[in-house]
Design a binder for this molecule. Sequence first.
Ligand code: MEV
Length: 304
Amino acid sequence: MQAITCSAPGKIYLFGEHAVVYGESAICCAVDLRTRVQASSNDTILISSDQGDTGLDHDRYPYISSVIEEMSKMTDIKGVKLRIDSDIPVGSGLGSSAAVTIATIQALNLLFGCNLGPEDIATLGHSIERKIQGAASPTDTYVSTMGGVVIVPVKKKLNIIDCGIVIGNTGKFSSTRQMVSDVALLKKRYPEMIDPILSTIGRISMTGEELVIKQEYRPIGELMNINQGLLDAISVSGPELADLIYAARSAGAYGAKITGAGGGGCMIALSQLPDMEKVASAITRAGGEAIVTRITEHGVRVEH
Ligand code: MEV
């Protein structure tokens, strides 16, 4: 039996979530939390994970089911067995859907010899996310495919940030689709106020790009805090997130903000490597689940 395991990383936004949906710049980083998909030849379609076993199932596994359907248009997939396991909490703003989509595409690509290159994988992943979520920028799927630190929409890779990343998970489920549509509504009602906020977020990302290149972490943290204030202004923060953000800042983080769609899900703190545990403990004491991680250069890859 032929079997292949591929994995793809989750991501955090250093700057620019939500604004990126309107064409503004954002800086997104792949993190060392991965989703693994093992694909093996089988007579029928079987998807299995901790959530149980099923065939093609758009309710339980919308992203995986859509990948199988889309890739069946390129090659004859009569059956396949997919086993999923993941370090990335679902619905937490860490790109779990992009990671499972990209890892599944690459596993099927290699198992069935579809000859998709990285750009094709990212493009297919984005079209699947957009179909399922309504609106989705190509950022999550691109970063999960390529890894590293990427400024979008130009898709330029920046150097790796040599700092600790402490993630704080509120444990509150957040729907990206809902949050993106809430921001769209606010923008429609108050364009003269919301448009400048979104373009200022874009400017933060552009200034942030130079700071990342120069590895100036303290001002990067300051810009993260300004970005957080603007995210609060467009109503995507919340009390649970704010508690963790202020706890991380008080514990010495360079900066802290939500990551991803907000409304729940996760915040991130950028910290000096020796301070990571202190920041993580502060997040835990404030009621969050702390995840200590690093930025990774590795996008989608084969696991041996
Ligand atoms: C979600 O991870 C990030 C958002 O900007 C939506 C998107 O870019 O598709 C909120």
